[in-house]
Design a protein. Structure first.
Lengths: 491, 130
């Protein structure tokens, strides 16, 4: 309703009636904005004055009568019109009632009657305005949404088709109206079989909203479109089911996109797997090449240089028997001693490069020797072993040995005071190496992230020989490394 | 008295040369091989009293050859000669049937006494058995 005092246009040719009305209306809180004595004048006034309500004498004189004037006015503006009449028997009263719902006042009428009629008319006008507004809003929403909307009556006959629905189905609203929903909007399930019961029909039958489902819509031209569809029953003021509404959207593009993304993801994962496998291969070859190169150099040192030094020491000792001068004798002895030290240093170097003990004496002996070395340095480390077949391949031997070496190096570096136990077992043609220490634990994830190259190389060595490695560390203390590898990578 | 016959298994020529010369002072050189896998067949043919063998050799290591030699030639005196002086190798050699263990660099002073000791110990054992 207008916020200010409602403005009223009075169309009346009788001066006395105008004065009466003006007085009464003012006393009721309304304002007579304009007065027109004839219909033509009233129509003219409408061009510059916008009343909230018009009061018209039905028996208006001078050209247009009351009905004709109201018609002209309402053609220009949706404004409520109330007729006044001196003759209740005028045949126009009937027409006035039928074409204007806002009221007919028979003279003489009292102030109360006037007030009731006007406020009723203004109220009705307001309701009408609100209804028009919400209808416009609904229509704007339906126009703008990409979702198709089809409404049916209680029998399932189409009552409304939104423009998006027209576009998707190929049916125009006018052609579809009155047809059964199953004919305008036929649905198939994902196996291209007709639905046993249409979603709309089910909503009508059960009175329950049907949740969104992916279905296939057969368009008017026979084309099949993937849709996502939901249906809700509509109820009237009494709660009776008066129809149903189905809301749907064309998801062909979305599905295609999803499919594409899925395929893309699969392709990427495949590529990633390939890259991973290639990387593993490269790392594996790296390990092999490195070990072979180390072994070759170690062999060279041992097999040739080592023998030559031994020869020099041998000869220095042999020559001592011919050395008559004490200086020469002492010199030769010194020479022999240095050759012995050289030989020992060479052996250590060769051993660090590649422990030939692995080939000569086997894995357990090599681990024993390694553990002995650390014990001599001061680490509290022990070794125990189950029954071993010694059938593991040299690759397995080398890598299990290297992992142990790395693990002991880590403990010695980070927890030299810890007690360490190394255990080697064989079962089901697998070697099982466990290294436990009592040192202060650490965050494995962080150690790995912070460039734990040693960790990574242990992992890769285990993987390279077809095994697995598990490192667990407790922040309160204690770290366990568990390695399980088949005796030979092929096994 | 007839000189004892010795066989040498050694792949490095320098070492072979000096050890042959050293052994020849006391024993009759009955044969030399340069590969571990030639050792047993040659020893079975030559039947030496003493074998001085290197650990690291092509074909078969001295340590690997030991058990076979011990089994086939129970009377033969087996002396391991190596640059690997570690206690692990020494223990392993004796476990596999060696009678003596000498580090190459010390061979000039240690080899002949080691052979002597091993021969004596063998004789002692035989006497006790007899």
């Amino acid at each position: 309703m207008a916020t200010s005092v409602p403005k009223i246009l009075v169309v009346e040719h009788e001066q006395i009636a105008v004065a009466d009305l003006e007085r009464n209306l003012t006393s009721l809180g309304y304002r007579v904005g304009r007065v027109a004595a004839t219909g033509n004048e009233a129509v003219k006034v409408m061009g510059e004055f916008f009343p909230d309500l018009v009061l018209i004498n039905l028996q208006l004189q001078g050209g247009l009568d009351g009905l004709a004037t109201a018609g002209e006015i309402r053609r220009r503006r949706q404004v409520p019109v109330i007729y006044t009449t001196a003759d209740a028997n005028d045949e126009r009263c009937g027409r006035a009632r039928s074409n204007g719902p806002f009221g007919l006042l028979v003279k003489p009428f009292g102030t109360h009657q006037l007030y009731a009629t006007i406020s009723m008319a203004l109220h009705q006008q307001e309701l009408l305005r609100q209804e028009t507004e919400s209808r416009n809003l609904l229509s704007a929403i339906l126009k703008s949404t990409q979702d198709g909307v089809i409404a049916t009556d209680a029998a399932g006959k189409v009552r409304f088709v939104s423009s998006a629905a027209e576009k998707i189905t190929g049916w125009q609203k006018m052609e579809a109206a009155g047809k059964f929903i199953e004919d305008v909007y036929p649905l198939l399930d994902s196996d291209r079989q007709p639905l046993r019961q249409h979603l709309v029909r089910r909503a009508l039958d059960t009175g329950v909203a049907q949740e969104k489902r992916r279905l296939v819509l057969v368009c008017r031209d026979g084309r099949e479109v993937l849709v996502e569809d939901a249906a809700v029953p509509l109820r009237d003021a009494q709660g009776e089911i008066s129809g149903a509404l189905t809301v749907f959207c064309d998801i062909t593009e979305r599905i295609r996109m999803e499919q594409f993304q899925m395929e893309e993801r699969e392709r990427l994962e495949e590529a990633l797997d390939t890259t991973r496998a290639e990387l593993r291969g490269v790392i594996g070859r790296g390990i092999t090449v490195m070990e072979e190169e180390r072994r070759r150099v170690a062999r060279e040192l041992h097999d040739d240089l080592g023998q030559r030094i031994a020869f020099l020491q041998f000869e220095a000792e042999r020559m001592q028997q011919y050395a008559l001068a004490p200086e020469v004798h002492a010199g030769l002895r010194r020479f022999a001693e240095e050759a012995a030290k050289f030989s020992s240093a060479l052996r250590d170097l060769s051993h660090r490069l590649h422990p030939s003990i692995l080939e000569d004496l086997g894995l357990l002996a090599a681990l024993r020797s390694l553990v002995e070395d650390y014990r001599r340095q001061g680490l509290d480390v022990t070794l125990s072993a189950g029954e071993l077949s010694g059938l593991e391949s040299l690759d397995v031997r080398t890598n299990v040995y290297r992992i142990t070496q790395e693990a002991l190096r880590n403990t010695w570096k980070h927890a030299p005071g810890a007690a360490v136990h190394v255990r080697l077992l064989e079962e089901n043609r697998h070697l099982q190496l466990t290294i436990e220490d009592t040192g202060p634990g650490f965050d494995v994830g962080r150690a790995r992230a912070e460039g734990g190259l040693g960790l990574l190389s242990m992992q890769e060595r285990a993987r390279f020989v077809g095994g697995s490695l598990l490192l667990s560390s407790h922040p309160d203390g204690g770290t366990t490394l568990a390695v399980r590898v088949p005796l030979s990578p092929q096994a | 008295m007839k000189r004892l016959r010795v066989m040498l298994a050694e792949d490095h020529p320098l070492i072979r040369e000096v050890i042959q010369r050293l052994l020849a002072e006391e024993y009759e050189l009955a044969g030399t091989v340069e590969r571990g896998d030639q050792l047993l067949p040659e020893a079975l043919r030559v039947r030496p009293d003493i074998i001085v063998l290197d650990v690291s050799m092509p074909g078969l290591s001295g340590l690997q050859a030991l058990p076979g030699l011990r089994a086939e030639l129970p009377e033969c005196c087996l002396i391991v000669l190596t640059v690997q002086g570690s206690a692990l190798y020494r223990r392993e050699a004796f476990q596999r049937g060696a009678d003596g263990f000498v580090v190459k660099g010390r061979a000039f002073t240690d080899l002949l006494p080691a052979v002597e000791d091993a021969l004596e110990a063998k004789m002692e054992r035989e006497k006790r058995r007899a």
